[in-house]
Ligand binder design. Structure first.
Ligand code: ADP
Length: 242
């Protein structure tokens, strides 16, 4: 059987409704919230600050440390609190997806700590976390070459679609989930995971879909930064719209 109509009525290339805001946690050095459908990620950035334990210090540049957490009641069935193999994996891929745009050479021996809280989850949480983290790092004033936007694409039954929700990920005919991240202007892939099976042509099609989706996300991210700095800092507009 073919997947002819999406469960929530979206088009196959349609992303869920997005919202983004920066400066949501006053005490943090940088913060942002990114919402996509029912999935909500809030990020607080602290740093650059002295790195402890000291043996982890890098005398050449600051170290990015991401801490992803999905709170217990972010899903309908209570999730066991605390770190897991899944969160360890997501911390790692989040760091890898953000590092290509960051320049931490000005901050030797420091850490930039990025706390990602998923307060509500309906799939796509690692991507929402990356989108929010990228905004929070920009808000913290960390030197960045670009923003990073992320979205999951995939295959449900026989269709290549964007921004799978949980029901689609659990489709009885099988689903392949491909989280992707792209750097804003450079359009370079900084994250590509693949959970399932697709052919080469399907993967190329999925990446194209993800690339277009990330363009849309980038607009929402830029607007969030512009709204925050509206009227205050003109150069932010210049940086974002060169
Ligand atoms: P992502 O959230 O990045 O898509 P996964 O594919 O691992 O990452 O998870 C898909 C979705 O499954 C999550 O967004 C969440 O809705 C749900 N989920 C993940 N872990 C749990 C858990 N321990 N308990 C209940 N639901 C979970």
């Amino acid at each position: 059987m073919s997947y002819t109509k999406r469960f929530d009525g979206r088009k196959f290339d349609e992303i869920r409704k997005m919202e983004a805001k920066v400066g949501v946690i006053p005490r943090a050095d940088g913060s942002a919230t990114f919402k996509i459908g029912d999935t909500i990620a809030t990020v607080a950035v602290y740093g650059p600050r002295s790195m402890f334990p000291r043996f982890l210090q890098n005398p050449e540049k600051g170290v990015l440390r991401c801490y992803y957490d999905m709170i217990s009641f972010s899903v309908t069935e209570r999730k066991r609190p605390g770190p897991s193999r899944r969160s360890t994996e997501i911390n790692l891929v989040t760091e890898k997806s953000l590092l290509p745009v960051l320049d931490l050479t000005q901050f030797p021996n420091t850490a930039v700590d990025v706390y990602i809280q998923i307060t509500q989850a309906n799939a796509g949480t690692r991507c929402a976390g990356i989108c929010a983290a990228s905004l929070a790092l920009a808000h913290a004033g960390i030197p960045m070459k670009d923003l990073v936007a992320a979205i999951s694409v995939g295959k449900v039954s026989d269709k290549i679609i964007i921004d799978l929700d949980k029901k689609e990920e659990d489709h009885k005919e099988g689903a392949t989930d491909i989280p992707l991240a792209f750097t804003g202007r450079g359009k370079q892939i900084s994250l590509l995971q693949l959970d399932g099976e697709v052919t080469k042509d399907e993967l190329i099609k999925a990446i194209e879909l993800g690339r277009n989706g990330c363009e849309e996300i980038l607009k929402v991210q830029k607007k969030a930064l512009q709204d925050y700095y509206k009227g205050e800092i003109r150069w932010m507009e210049i940086i974002l719209n060169p």
